[in-house]
Design a protein around this ligand. Structure first.
Ligand code: GLC
Length: 555
């Protein structure tokens, strides 16, 4: 039997920017309930909700102060229960975010832990004595700038925070911490949620010899040598699986930056009983530059093809992939990998096609299904995100010029994905009646849901067809991937084979017309879907592709 999560398409909702029903300027749970029919229309199976727990929102909810409470800006537990009930009635499952590498510094565990070295919570976090000269225990830097260590007077010690100083890292070496996490997970499964997306889960086990940072590490951030895929991470996940996950019919996806395919197999091989799948970042790193993510480097299609193929090939029969172009931490896919100026609709459909026909579980990030672009904010003042601020400071300190900073923020800031969902073209775009927590994208009057639903050729309807195809053809779920023409400079083609069926996917990454040739035995395949009305119904051995043309054939 194929697990349900292998056949599912996941839709990611960033609650704070989805739909506001109270006029607070922040989206809420009732807003999500209101939009369920829209998601039914799109055809998705699962919603992944970014964190909605109690939080001071220093990192937009990835700093949790109470795992058992809903942040009142989103509603109450009753609203969540209603969302679960209504979604389930419509056949949609709900996956929540599990953020257990760290908590908020406002969590009562941390408040108590910081008080003294000898109370019940003293060892819930990672506290280390200063070096003899009073300095930090290691030279690790935090993801959001500065040192990863913060000194606390009351204990005369430093605590570790791989992210903001308001996000202290939990001490997974302490069995009491692990038990508390498992108990909390049980609570949510008993409420009826259908799985967890596990935030930076590859970082939970730290090397206890506290090595020095990796010299010169930029995008890997210096602490990775001591924290990424650490010595006990698999042991911890197996324990979690044994004690909690295995008791429920749920799905799990781990966020695992800087994880190779070989490591991903360790996380996702069903025999090992850890996670169902992980988010890898190899394709997200293709356009990194001197300052890591924030750069104006453009990806190369051949690199993308190599990375995607490597993951498809090596996970075959070993583990399971999650397929994504974007999420709340990444810029908009059509700007990054497509052409959002002249071929926005075509290239958004092409990217959707390439990804959704691969092997794995596809994730759609809100707004991707209507082809939202990066946000052309006029100035840096419009940005809100902690990572963006930290990087701007870092770049300024390193002497980067303002224009370069602006350009890379425009290309890479997480806020590109975080502006409110535009539901209509009208004032405030159907998102709120109040003042939105972050400015609207200037694109909204043209790119919005109302427009997409009214246009049968919109990106929305293409995504809907892709999702439908996944339900109709087993070869899309289970077929073995094989790359076509590995040296073609502009076109990414591949096949998927199951028994005697073969799916052929051809995607052009260029704004020029190009010729593409397929092996003789594939000629004659029948068209299933394309992003041009002019595509041939029957695949010829030689085809001329239109700009960003995407074709799916079956033989
Ligand atoms: C993950 C989240 C990101 C957050 C970070 C710290 O990468 O996706 O939004 O800032 O972890 O929790």
């Amino acid at each position: 039997m194929v697990n349900w999560w292998k056949k599912s398409v996941v839709y990611q909702i960033y609650p704070q920017s989805y739909k506001d029903t109270t006029g607070s300027g922040m989206g809420d749970l009732n807003g999500i309930i209101e939009k369920l029919p829209y998601l039914v229309k799109l055809g998705i199976d699962v919603i992944w909700l970014n964190p909605i727990y109690q939080s001071p929102l220093v990192d937009n909810g990835y700093d949790i102060s109470d795992y058992y409470q809903i942040n009142p800006v989103y509603g109450t537990m009753k609203h969540l229960e209603r969302l679960l009930e209504e979604a389930h009635q419509l056949g949609i499952k709900i996956v929540m975010d599990l953020v257990v590498n760290h908590t908020s510094d406002q969590h009562e565990w941390f408040i108590k832990s910081a008080e003294s070295r000898d109370n019940e919570y003293s060892d819930y976090y990672i506290w280390i004595d200063p070096k003899e000269d009073g300095s930090e225990p290691t030279d690790w830097g935090s993801t959001f700038g500065g040192s990863a260590w913060e000194y606390v007077e009351s204990r005369g010690q430093y605590y570790l925070h791989l992210f903001a100083k308001e996000q202290p890292d939990l001490n997974w070496e302490n069995p009491k911490v692990r038990e508390a996490v498992y108990q909390m997970m049980d609570f949510w499964f008993k409420k009826g949620i259908d799985g967890f997306r596990m935030d930076v889960i590859s970082l939970i086990s730290k090397r206890q010899d506290w090595p020095m940072a990796l010299p010169g590490a930029v995008y890997t951030k210096s602490y990775y040598v001591g924290a990424s895929n650490g010595p006990r991470v698999h042991e911890f996940l197996q324990e979690m699986n044994r004690k909690v996950l295995s008791k429920y019919d749920i799905m799990t996806v781990g966020e695992t930056a800087n994880t190779t395919v070989e490591q991903a197999i360790l996380y996702t091989d069903p025999k090992r009983e850890e996670l169902n799948m992980v988010f890898h970042f190899d394709h997200m790193h293709l356009d990194y530059g001197r300052f890591g993510k924030f750069s104006d480097v453009r990806f190369k299609m051949s690199d993308l093809r190599n990375v995607m193929s490597e993951w498809q090939d090596k996970l075959e029969g070993r583990g399971w992939s999650s397929l994504y172009w974007s999420n709340h931490d990444q810029p908009r896919a059509v700007t990054r990998f497509g052409n959002d100026l002249f071929y926005r609709v075509e290239s958004a459909k092409m990217l959707g096609t390439l990804l959704h026909m691969m092997k794995g579980t596809p994730y759609i990030y809100q707004g991707e299904e209507i082809g939202m672009r990066n946000v052309p904010f006029e100035d840096l003042e419009h940005y809100q995100d902690i990572e963006t601020f930290a990087t701007i400071d870092e770049m300024m300190a390193a002497g980067a010029d303002r224009e370069y900073i602006k350009r890379s923020v425009f290309l890479k800031s997480r806020d590109n994905a975080r502006t409110p969902m535009p539901w209509t073209a009208k004032e405030k775009f159907g998102f709120t009646t109040g003042t939105p927590w972050i400015d609207f994208s200037p694109d909204n009057s043209k790119i919005n849901v109302e427009q997409a639903l009214a246009d049968e050729n919109s990106v929305f309807y293409h995504y809907r067809k892709l999702i439908k195809l996944r339900k109709e053809y087993e070869v899309i779920i289970d077929g073995v991937y094989e790359l076509l023409n590995p040296n073609d400079s502009a076109v990414y083609g591949y096949t998927r084979t199951l028994n005697r069926q073969k799916l052929i996917v051809i995607c052009s990454f260029t704004e020029n017309k190009v010729n593409y040739e397929i092996p003789q035995e594939l000629a004659g395949a029948k068209l299933l879907l394309s992003n041009y009305t002019t595509s041939a119904q029957c695949l010829a051995q030689k085809t001329e592709l239109s700009p960003y043309e995407a074709l799916i054939y079956l033989i």
